[in-house]
Design a protein around this ligand. Sequence first.
Ligand code: AMP
Length: 261
Amino acid sequence: MVINSTLFSVRMHASRDQRHLSGAEDLVLGTEVGSAAQTMLRRAWTHLPQSVSVTIDQVDAAALVTGRLSDLTLASVVDVAAGRQRALSELQKSGVSLLAANRALVAIAAGAAPDGGVMRGAMLVDAGSGERLEPDQSRGVRVTRFGVTSATKVDCERLLAAHALTHHRTREALVLSAKVLAAPAVIAELCWSDDPDYTAGYVASKSGGYLRIPQLKNMGDSRGGRAFFLAAGSDPASAIHFLEQTPFLVTTIGAVHREEP
Ligand code: AMP
């Protein structure tokens, strides 16, 4: 079984003029490191980068945590306003206060970094007070050292394709959010992409699974971001350590449901 074998974290980051262009992340067997790095480099090259780094680290097998993808629900909304309203009510259902949900949503919509730009990582938000808890508000907290077994990747792609979800972002966001929801104190996540051509985003929570919302921003908008909500009053240190350091491997897929329009 793969979990008894040595695993490596492979990470790619492409940039131009110090600006983030593209990133990717996987956790693979030694024999798969070359092809994983090559796939990432191919992706980086489509963004005309000035600088690309690929980092490879053996992971600590004793620290490995395995998990399952959340069940995915495909929401149907008529426009961005309805999409954002749906995100707010889903966050409230998962235990986030309206104040905290709204603060995070407004921050992502405006550009959550101090200069109004896009953060490299995620905000950490107290689910009660809405206070931001990440130590660096430009960088945020980066989730790394996660991946999915090759067999589960194939199953996941097949299941998503049956629902016409063929963009690599959907699978990658599902895997990232599985790790986020496994972190201590995290109760929910809000995300939409900074890619101006990609308007979908999601709310994921321990209680409600992963709700994909097709419109969380308008086409052409290059603002996006992530907020991880921590149970009110939690200390963020152990969540940060888990998100950044603990290797996390998805070994099982979830189900997919489509809501009627
Ligand atoms: P993306 O879906 O890749 O466009 O990412 C949307 C936003 O999520 C980015 O602008 C970052 O703020 C944040 N983000 C991307 N990757 C990560 C990560 N590995 N960990 C935490 N936040 C991330």
